[in-house]
Design a binder for this molecule. Structure first.
Ligand SMILES: *[C@@H]1O[C@H](CO)[C@@H](O)[C@H](O)[C@H]1NC(C)=O
Ligand SMILES: *[C@@H]1O[C@H](CO)[C@@H](O)[C@H](O)[C@H]1NC(C)=O
Ligand SMILES: *[C@@H]1O[C@H](CO)[C@@H](O)[C@H](O)[C@H]1NC(C)=O
Ligand SMILES: *[C@@H]1O[C@H](CO)[C@@H](O)[C@H](O)[C@H]1NC(C)=O
Ligand SMILES: *[C@@H]1O[C@H](CO)[C@@H](O)[C@H](O)[C@H]1NC(C)=O
Ligand SMILES: *[C@@H]1O[C@H](CO)[C@@H](O)[C@H](O)[C@H]1NC(C)=O
Ligand SMILES: *[C@@H]1O[C@H](CO)[C@@H](O)[C@H](O)[C@H]1NC(C)=O
Ligand SMILES: *[C@@H]1O[C@H](CO)[C@@H](O)[C@H](O)[C@H]1NC(C)=O
Ligand SMILES: *[C@@H]1O[C@H](CO)[C@@H](O)[C@H](O)[C@H]1NC(C)=O
Ligand SMILES: *[C@@H]1O[C@H](CO)[C@@H](O)[C@H](O)[C@H]1NC(C)=O
Ligand SMILES: *[C@@H]1O[C@H](CO)[C@@H](O)[C@H](O)[C@H]1NC(C)=O
Ligand SMILES: *[C@@H]1O[C@H](CO)[C@@H](O)[C@H](O)[C@H]1NC(C)=O
Length: 657
């Protein structure tokens, strides 16, 4: 193998090597077609390189983890000279060797194109940055290449406390007393617009996204397949800007050609058609009118783009999805300011964002510029806040007119699917500078006795790299509860909460003394997958900005299947203060101690566990039956904040997730 490597290096220096040139247009319009224009020398280099990947695979002296790292090391040597060939080489090797499924090979290693959200070009960028022999290699090979390496133990000495000057103590570790006066804040999340949602297509599919023209099911519909009795087959159903609903045009649906026909307002296995998104937004507007209340502002915790396979998600549809949803929100919420984050789907390619100092950030500037312009134009941010959006990966800090600070972060920076996150994961754990931004904002608020909310898309316990999850938790611990009043997420589509305790997540650490804070995880508007659409609003104390109550609303999506195309009916679902029958003082906020009591009840009563699960899925027909083990992970979920805590909890209770 060494001999081959040397001959490979020789080949590399004899070919006409050119440095990776980056500019937005070539990046986004880079296409596999360009490969056919490559020279004979390039062809030879590709053949040799694929051979090299094979010989690594055939080297019996290497473990699968070492093989994965060896491929990265080899890729790194290529990344400095012919980064442009990396997607071609890896895709060919992956497909020919059957290393992964065809879809995974194309998604992970295919070159990005404007119309195709493959991440091979980002993989090449990552190779040029990472150190495959450090923990970068372990984390990458664990998370991005299906457990080729074991998950490393998070280093216990990892710390960024130097950022807040450890010698200076935090201000009084108690939260301020509520004032007994409240205002209302709307929380919406996870819209996931399915731009190509098509009435009459199959809402039950085995591949790709259901309810689209390219939906497919590997099982043929039998000839005697009985009709479902659905009757809401209207296309172009829509809401005018003034709120008037138009039923749209009747579509003749051949129900024998599909397992389940997609109806007007969506299905449990599909993302949201625009008319469902607008129905949700109008239900919010109607609620305000009929109850004579108004939302002082709204938070939106991300995810605008649908879940289709990468081959069907592109640059244009990402931009279009973002523009449509923010426009619809603006149209219906009018003067209510909306503070937003972007989610893992709201970028292109899927999940990716690069550090400013990496040299690749210009591939993502378009998104920060788009959000900056949109949020400024809609009056949600002022000019200087909009400027921050451009320099903080769409994050920003804003002080509301009530005096609360909201810090918006981009959780993709720490997301395990983001290739760039594998650059010095441990050696330079704040490579994005996002912790520095967060901490400087928190220090500033602490000095001014100002309370803060933090909003970001992905809950720290899931899908965030363990080193960054730990460091984020350290920050939360340092500034709670005096400064950090609340934390808000989306991402899971479930209506959930998560308590942060000090410690490693085992039972003995889950005491009242160890409670630090909690996250509010908002239910989704998209029904994908198997949920009823929902939203919520909070009653907020005017002085402390603590949450006094949360009111949750939903629509029974299955009732729209057979309602002849009339508008969905939205219902009040439950309030967080009363739903769990917890003995709690009426003037005390629903803080982490309150949720600790709820969690204790979830852990000790099957009735409460089922109540929690019903809310999580908003009573959809697919809500799990906890008596059959469907909710076994719930207790660990609500009592863990870090990835490692969750793993320790599941392990303690002998639960496989
Ligand atoms: C990509 O190329 C097409 C055709 O040349 C062009 O219309 C489109 O604007 C380009 N996209 C970008 C992002 O530059
Ligand atoms: C070993 O190499 C051959 C080609 O040289 C290839 O067909 C085979 O898939 C390789 N095995 C592995 C495990 O990579
Ligand atoms: C943390 O510990 C590891 C080895 O256990 C060591 O290599 C590293 O330098 C330490 N880092 C810091 C910041 O002390
Ligand atoms: C840290 O805080 C202490 C106590 O307030 C102060 O004396 C010291 O100068 C601070 N150090 C830095 C680096 O800010
Ligand atoms: C809030 O109400 C409670 C009980 O009604 C009362 O004890 C408390 O003093 C009130 N707090 C303020 C700041 O008015
Ligand atoms: C439909 O036909 C299949 C065999 O072709 C049969 O097994 C099944 O029972 C039939 N179902 C109904 C509802 O008639
Ligand atoms: C709302 O707009 C629609 C379409 O633009 C129009 O037909 C309708 O008359 C308007 N309704 C009201 C109440 O203004
Ligand atoms: C996306 O790329 C894959 C291969 O890289 C190709 O099979 C597929 O047709 C492409 N899809 C689109 C919409 O261009
Ligand atoms: C977690 O911490 C407790 C002490 O609080 C200790 O007894 C236990 O062994 C630790 N468990 C793990 C899995 O680290
Ligand atoms: C939550 O509020 C209660 C009642 O005011 C208080 O006793 C408790 O310490 C608070 N918990 C936290 C984590 O701030
Ligand atoms: C919708 O689903 C709920 C929950 O399973 C069920 O109670 C209700 O009867 C269903 N409604 C219709 C119209 O199917
Ligand atoms: C809860 O349900 C599980 C499984 O059905 C059962 O084993 C357990 O005893 C029940 N626990 C309580 C507290 O009722």
């Amino acid at each position: 193998m060494l001999a081959q490597f040397v001959s490979f290096l020789f080949l590399l220096i004899t070919v006409n090597a050119y440095p990776a040139h980056i500019d937005l247009v070539s990046v986004l319009n880079d296409s596999d077609v360009s490969w056919t224009k490559n020279t004979v020398a390039d062809d030879q280099l590709v053949v040799q390189s694929v051979q090299m990947l094979y010989s690594i695979g055939n080297d019996t002296s290497l473990s699968k983890c070492e093989k994965c790292k060896s491929r990265l090391l080899f890729g790194k040597s290529l990344a400095f000279t012919r980064a442009d060939l990396i997607p071609t080489i890896w895709k060919q090797w992956c497909l020919e060797s059957g290393y992964e499924t065809t879809t995974t090979c194309l998604t992970n290693f295919g070159r990005n194109t404007v119309s195709n959200s493959s991440t091979g070009s980002n993989f090449a960028d990552m190779l040029s940055l990472m150190n495959p022999l450090s923990m970068d290699g372990d984390y990458y090979c664990h998370y991005k290449e299906s457990n080729q390496c074991a998950l490393p133990v998070t280093p216990s000495n990892l710390s960024i406390s130097y950022m807040w000057n450890n010698t200076k103590p935090a201000k009084a570790y108690v939260a301020p007393q509520p004032s007994n006066e409240t205002f209302n804040v709307l929380h919406i999340s996870d819209f996931h617009i399915e731009l190509d949602y098509t009435v009459g297509t199959d809402a039950n599919c085995s591949a790709s996204m259901c309810c689209t023209p390219h939906t497919s099911n590997s099982k043929k519909v039998p000839q005697n397949h009985t009709s479902t009795g659905y009757n809401s087959f209207y296309t172009n159903a829509n809401y005018a800007v003034n709120g008037t609903f138009t039923q749209g045009d009747w579509v003749n649906v051949n129900e024998s050609s599909v397992w389940v026909p997609a109806t007007t307002f969506g299905n449990y296995k599909c993302d949201a058609p625009e008319v469902l998104i607008n129905s949700s937004l109008h239900s919010i507007g109607d609620y305000q009118k009929s109850n004579n209340i108004s939302f002082d502002f709204a938070i939106f915790t991300g995810d605008l783009v649908d879940h289709d396979e990468t081959a069907y998600t592109g640059y244009d549809m990402t931009v279009e999805s973002e523009q449509i949803i923010f426009r619809d929100i603006k149209n219906t919420l009018d003067e209510v300011p909306v503070y937003s984050v972007l989610g893992n789907h709201d970028t292109f390619p899927y999940g990716e964002i690069a550090q400013e100092k990496s040299g690749f950030q210009n591939k993502f500037d378009w998104n920060a510029e788009l959000m900056s312009d949109l949020w400024y134009d809609y009056g949600w941010l002022n000019a200087s806040e909009a400027q921050q959006v451009k320099t903080h990966y769409t994050g920003f800090s804003v002080t509301t007119k009530q005096g609360l600070k909201i810090i918006s972060l981009n959780s993709n920076c720490w997301y395990m699917k983001n290739h760039y996150a594998y650059w010095n994961t441990v050696e330079d754990p704040d490579s994005f500078g996002q912790f520095e931004f967060l901490i400087s904002e928190l220090l500033d608020s602490e000095a001014n006795d100002q309370r803060v909310w933090i909003i970001y898309h992905i809950p720290v316990s899931s899908d965030i790299l363990p080193p960054q999850a730990k460091l984020f938790g350290d920050v939360i611990e340092r500034f709670s509860p005096y400064t950090i009043a609340a934390i808000f997420n989306g991402h899971t589509h479930r209506d959930e909460f998560q308590i942060m305790y000090k410690g490693n997540g085992t039972s003995d650490t889950k005491t009242e003394d160890n409670i630090v804070n909690n996250a509010w995880i908002c239910q989704a508007v998209t029904p994908w997958v198997e949920n009823n659409p929902g939203w919520r609003y909070y009653e907020i104390d005017t002085e402390t900005f603590s949450i006094m109550n949360a009111y949750n609303f939903y629509t029974k999506l299955n009732e729209t299947f057979t309602n002849n195309g009339s508008e969905p009916v939205w219902n009040f679902e439950y309030s967080s203060r009363t739903a769990y029958n917890i003995d709690w003082p009426t003037n005390a906020p629903l803080n982490a101690t309150y949720w600790h009591k709820v969690a204790t009840s979830i852990g000790s009563s099957n009735g409460t566990l089922q109540t929690y699960e019903n809310f999580a899925k908003r009573f959809s027909p697919y809500t799990g039956d906890c008596s059959t083990g469907a909710c076994d992970t719930d207790y660990c979920y609500v009592t863990s904040f870090y990835v490692d805590q969750y793993a320790n909890c599941l392990n303690e209770f002998n639960i496989t997730s």
